[in-house]
Design a protein around this ligand. Sequence first.
Ligand SMILES: [Zn+2]
Ligand SMILES: [Zn+2]
Length: 98
Amino acid sequence: MTSGGSGPFCALCGEHATETVEPPRRTLARGLDPSDQSYSVTVILPDIALCAEHALELRQGERHVGWCDDPRCRTYGELGGPSGCGSPYEKLGPSRRT
Ligand SMILES: [Zn+2]
Ligand SMILES: [Zn+2]
């Protein structure tokens, strides 16, 4: 495996990703009016790109990947860690707000 090619890159370490993991579905607010809490849709997030090491750790439950839904980000990263916009990455998983 040679490095230096074009993406995808591991969501956790930025190394060249060798596999992808299917994320759980999430219900996220996607309203035109941010103050309207009633508007939410189930979005299917893109596959999580990971290097072999982190894909293994994720499967073993040693690492957790979070998602930032800020329009500037919409990327994966380490759960609870700071994302590009400054908000922490949020836990993935089924939403129980309904
Ligand atoms: Zn990695
Ligand atoms: Zn962010």
